[in-house]
Design a protein around this ligand. Structure first.
Ligand code: ADP
Ligand code: AMP
Length: 216
């Protein structure tokens, strides 16, 4: 299965992707995770992305499009795109690349949620810098406070989850990313709208109920 997961930052895309890829045996292609790995490796791409990410802005389209289409091309089976596309131009370029490869996206899962609910999700998010696992100080606590359950060590707050950056990320989402849903509506793609303001298991159940219908 090939899917795109849309929704504002903090909507729960990464959390739901983990469950979707397990059930449907697909790869998780998160643009944010790939960028953070590039930064950790000190690559040119990572260095180019750094200032945009730290301020909560978007990394330029040409950098992201090449990076994500490259990652998709390396996948023989299904995948779930998380965090990409984030602009209409990215969506259009993705569609062109899929068409020339003779592939198509089966569905777009659109996580819907208000900013007021998202803010505490982002500021309370804690991530493992070693394995990438994601927790929350209230909603998804690790077994031992501040420590990754997989024994990697201390959890950290992403610099772009600090309150002053979160505000900018939400502003950018509304200015540049929210319109991507409209773009896909205009192409006639299959869009599955999900209420993401429910507990994690209920959101997963709603997503799986809809995806199982597609898979049948
Ligand atoms: P995204 O990938 O969309 O930025 P995440 O999946 O990282 O979002 O989730 C953001 C934070 O909110 C994480 O700390 C996660 O544990 C928490 N979270 C995710 N889904 C829910 C939910 N349905 N209810 C409460 N907290 C959630
Ligand atoms: P995320 O982990 O999805 O919240 O992404 C973290 C940051 O990476 C974003 O705030 C952007 O700076 C950058 N980023 C991730 N995906 C994209 C994208 N598709 N287009 C532009 N920038 C992106």
């Amino acid at each position: 299965m090939r899917l795109i997961l849309l929704g504002p930052p903090g909507a729960g895309k990464g959390t739901q992707c983990k469950r979707i890829i397990e059930r449907y045996k697909a790869a998780h292609l998160s643009s944010g995770d790939i960028l953070r790995a590039e930064r950790k490796a000190g690559s040119d791409l990572g260095q180019k992305a750094q200032s945009f990410m730290d301020s909560g802005g978007l990394v330029p389209d040409d950098v992201i499009i090449g990076m994500m289409i490259g990652a998709m091309t390396r996948q023989a089976g299904g995948y779930v795109l998380d965090g990409f596309p984030r602009t209409t131009v990215q969506g259009q370029e993705l569609d062109k690349a899929l068409a020339s490869a003779g592939e198509k996206i089966d569905a777009i899962v659109n996580l819907q949620i208000d900013d007021a609910v998202i803010e505490p999700r982002m500021t309370g998010r804690r991530s493992c810098p070693v394995c990438g696992a994601v927790y929350h100080i209230e909603n998804l606590k690790p077994k031992v406070d501040g420590q990754c359950d997989k024994g990697c060590g201390e959890l950290v707050q992403r610099p772009d989850d600090k309150p002053e950056v979160v505000e900018n990320r939400l502003k950018i989402y509304h200015e540049q990313t929210a319109e991507v849903v409209g773009y896909y509506e205009s192409t006639g793609a299959t869009i599955i709208n999900i209420n993401a303001d429910q507990d994690i298991d209920k959101v997963s159940a709603d997503v799986i109920e809809q995806l199982d219908k597609l898979d049948a």
